[in-house]
Design a protein around this ligand. Structure first.
Ligand code: 8OZ
Length: 373
């Protein structure tokens, strides 16, 4: 029987166990450059089978939050080199999450204070986290977006490709494309945000075009075995919704199946919330989604996320329902989460007040079993 603690191959990436660290926005990289505090944070968590970094915008236009590290400045690549070296020295594996927020941004974060971009001029209606000049943080309404021209879409695909190359230059084992949580790729996929009438809107095939162009550009650049993808079929995060997510994602599954990716990372239900959440008037079956992928020949590892604990994660892997499970909040509070899961030890509680922004407090000062002893 396969267990949560068994090694496996994720495409070209060998991992020592099936406990992954989920991507977590922490807003502790001023000027979009990873620093020594970030090195310590990731190094402490190298026991994860796979670390997926926080979302790293592929361009400044892809930024939606203050102080998140990017992959578009040479200094950021140098900063990430220290992170990947530290994680590798501890025997860990680490991929970075390639991110474009689309409409989930604020003019103050955009080049020349411009409007954020989106498939269509439909506001997200949510909030983004901004750090003021005095260092205090605030959640502000996202700004009104403008619709992308088709030629600009091709440029963003190219931005993803370039960032994937930068990721390998920075020493990452691969990348995870952020196709989830109401950000740009999810905005193209779903009817609630995409009102286009060109080849990027309307039919499921058209709405999926941008996702597949990004996947193909990234896999051509760094290889499919180093490329993962995160999806959230039914999340309401950042004001996103869809009229028929099952039909959409069964098509996505079939299209992805032929692309030999490293892993598919599925957020079940509402991100960080109710796992049974459904869009109004729809029902989505996660088992059917996975089955559609396997039936179409998809071999990528299947990673699940959202509110799992030790028992439910062990059960998910032992039953074969998932190959890996990722943990966000538990990894914030427990740098040695894998050791704690193995021994069944009590876990540290995460402190919400220090999730976004700030310094070492609530970031690198959670005790490991070893440091506590
Ligand atoms: C929480 C706060 C800010 C960003 C996501 C990148 O939901 C995020 C995010 C989460 O994927």
């Amino acid at each position: 029987m396969t267990t949560l603690f068994d090694p496996m191959k994720l495409g070209d990436i060998d991992v020592s166990n099936r406990v992954a660290m989920a991507p977590l926005t922490r807003n502790r990289s001023p000027k979009a450059i990873p620093n020594d505090l970030n090195v310590t944070y990731y190094e402490q968590r190298a026991g994860a089978g796979l670390i997926i970094t926080e979302g790293t915008p592929v361009t400044q236009q892809g930024q939606g939050y203050s102080d998140v590290p990017g992959l578009y400045l040479p200094q950021a690549v140098d900063g990430w080199k220290k992170v990947t070296a530290a994680v590798h020295a501890k025997g860990g594996k680490i991929v970075t999450q390639l991110w474009h927020v689309g409409r989930v941004s604020h003019t103050s974060l955009q080049p020349s204070g411009a409007a954020p971009v989106a498939p269509s001029p439909v506001p997200a209606g949510g909030k983004t986290f901004i750090i003021n000049d005095d260092g205090t943080g605030a959640f502000l309404e996202t700004s009104e977006p403008r619709a992308l021209e088709a030629s600009e879409i091709a440029e963003i695909v190219e931005d993803f490709r370039r960032a994937a190359r930068a990721a390998l230059d920075a020493g990452f084992d691969g990348v995870e494309i952020h196709g989830a949580n109401g950000y740009l790729i999810d905005q193209f996929l779903k009817t609630g945000a995409n009102q286009r009438t060109d080849e990027y809107g309307g039919s499921i095939e058209n709405r999926t075009r941008f996702l597949l162009q990004v996947v193909d550009a990234v896999t051509r650049e760094i290889g499919p075995g180093r490329t993962g993808l995160r999806l959230s079929p039914t999340t309401p995060a950042n004001g996103i919704s869809d009229k028929d997510p099952q039909a959409l994602f069964n098509y996505v599954a079939e299209q992805l199946a032929t692309r030999e990716l490293s892993f598919i990372h599925v957020i079940e239900g509402a991100t960080g919330g109710e796992r049974g959440f459904q869009y109004e008037g729809t029902t989505f079956d996660y088992e059917a989604f996975k089955a559609a992928f396997r039936k179409a020949g998809g071999k990528a590892a299947w990673m699940v996320n959202n509110g799992y604990n030790r028992e439910s994660a062990m059960q998910a892997v032992e039953s074969g329902r998932a190959d890996l499970v990722s943990f966000g909040r538990l990894f914030i509070a427990n740098p040695d989460l894998v050791e704690r899961f193995k021994s069944g030890t009590v876990l540290n509680e995460p402190d919400r007040d220090t999730f976004y922004g700030g310094g070492a407090k609530g970031y690198t000062d959670y005790p490991s079993l070893q440091s506590a002893a």
